[in-house]
Design a protein around this ligand. Structure first.
Ligand code: NAD
Ligand code: WQD
Length: 345
């Protein structure tokens, strides 16, 4: 791992699932971290737990990044060197029901943030993109060279923000931007004190299984077992959130040395895991079988999605190292220690 240039890093959405885990690793790497979050999908308790985990005071700005005045005030009164931009809405199904809210929030927050960065000559940005930008027909393993498209408003916000950032970089040659395309983040910090805490019924597989295991849900519904995959259930590239966080630290370090104005990297393991494989791995973590029922396919789901992560390994010296069993053991520790998630603020 190259020597890290210590920076003062603004983490937008730093109280969220991936942001919180990345804050811990940014501090461990020697950076000063400042958090901005409006708690639209998180909880102030997270920041308290982050301060306990890092042993550092973490300046917190609790506002909506779409508030241009408050965003400007932050950059005018703090010396920010780089930004890691997680803030945004991320639920695919909700985006279909509330497209304007998704476009307005995800793009609006980005516009406000990038404008303030431009005004204050902050020119290093790491952006949370998603494998969802590969669309529904992409061949696997997916490489960064594939064309981008989307099948839902959430995915389009990622496609659009990537393009906005490429155009900003073209207009501002000093800028260095990393577009990180996450596959399926799962898992939790090994302390069990921070983890994924969906607000309502979990859309995603891992938190749903964890809630079945802890008794909050009666059974897992497996969305189809008639896909063209080894066991007929959906195959995905699950990546431990700790590996994902490490990828952000590596990408940020790269921005201090690269000549490329925009770099795009897949953050995945390169391995596909089926729904049943993940369920059985979770059963190994829990020590007993978990109830499930095979039901019909979920609209919009694809059979298989997994990364070609070789570019990140080559250019960042980064590779996901944690196994599916690690992901389940760490998720189960978080869920067992926090059966109802974070306490309400
Ligand atoms: P999350 O909802 O846990 O975290 C997002 C955080 O941003 C939340 O704390 C929320 O309160 C905050 N936020 C949202 N809009 C804001 C605004 N306008 N101003 C200030 N704060 C705001 O989500 P996550 O799973 O940690 O994902 C983080 C990022 O990674 C998102 O951009 C998401 O699209 C992307 N991503 C997530 C996944 C995944 O499966 N979790 C996969 C690929 C990409
Ligand atoms: C995984 C597999 C389901 C729940 C989503 C977003 C994507 C990204 C990551 C933001 C699929 C099956 C699920 C359940 C099930 N988020 N499943 N029963 O759909 O690959 O990706 O999260 O960027 O944009 O689309 O993840 O966890 O929802 O589903 O059988 O209760 O588990 O069919 O095969 P997905 P997921």
């Amino acid at each position: 791992m190259p020597t890290v240039t210590a920076m003062r890093v603004l983490v937008s959405g730093g109280a969220g699932y991936i942001g919180s885990h990345t804050v811990v690793q940014l501090v461990a790497a020697g950076h000063d971290v400042v958090v901005v979050d409006n708690f639209a999908n998180s909880n102030p308790t997270v920041v308290n737990r982050l301060e306990a985990l890092t042993g550092q005071h973490l300046p917190l700005h609790a506002f909506d990044l779409r508030d241009v005045d408050k965003t400007e005030h932050l950059f005018a009164h703090d010396r920010i060197d780089a930004v890691v931009h997680f803030a945004g809405f991320k639920a695919v199904g909700e985006s279909v029901e509330l497209p304007l809210e998704y476009y307005e929030n995800n793009l609006g927050a980005t516009f406000s943030l990038v404008r303030a960065m431009q005004r204050h000559n902050v020119d290093k940005l790491v952006f949370s993109s998603s494998a969802t930008v590969y669309g529904a027909e992409a061949p696997v393993p997916m490489t960064e060279a594939l064309p981008t498209s989307a099948t839902n408003p959430y995915g389009w916000t990622k496609v659009m923000i990537e393009q906005v950032l490429r155009d900003v970089a073209a207009a501002r040659p000093s800028w260095r931007i990393a577009l990180l395309r996450y596959f399926n983040p799962v898992g939790a910090h090994p302390s069990g004190t921070i983890g994924e805490d969906p607000a309502d019924i979990p859309n995603n597989l891992m938190p749903y299984i964890a809630q079945v295991a802890v008794g909050r849900r009666d059974k897992l519904r497996v969305f189809g077992n008639d896909y063209d995959t080894p066991d007929g259930t959906g195959v995905r590239d699950y990546i431990h959130v700790e590996d994902l966080a490490a990828g952000h630290v590596a990408a940020l370090a790269k921005l201090t040395t690269t000549d490329a104005s925009v770099s795009t990297w897949n953050l995945g393991t390169g391995h596909g895991t089926s729904v049943m494989d993940l369920l059985h791995a979770f059963e190994r973590a829990v020590g007993h079988e978990l109830p499930y029922e095979v039901v019909g396919r979920r609209a919009g789901d694809i059979a298989a999605s997994y990364a070609d992560p070789s570019l990140a390994q080559k250019e960042l010296g980064w590779k996901a190292v944690r196994t599916i069993d690690d992901m389940c053991v760490d998720t189960w520790r978080w869920q067992r220690q926090n059966p109802d998630g974070y306490p309400s603020a």
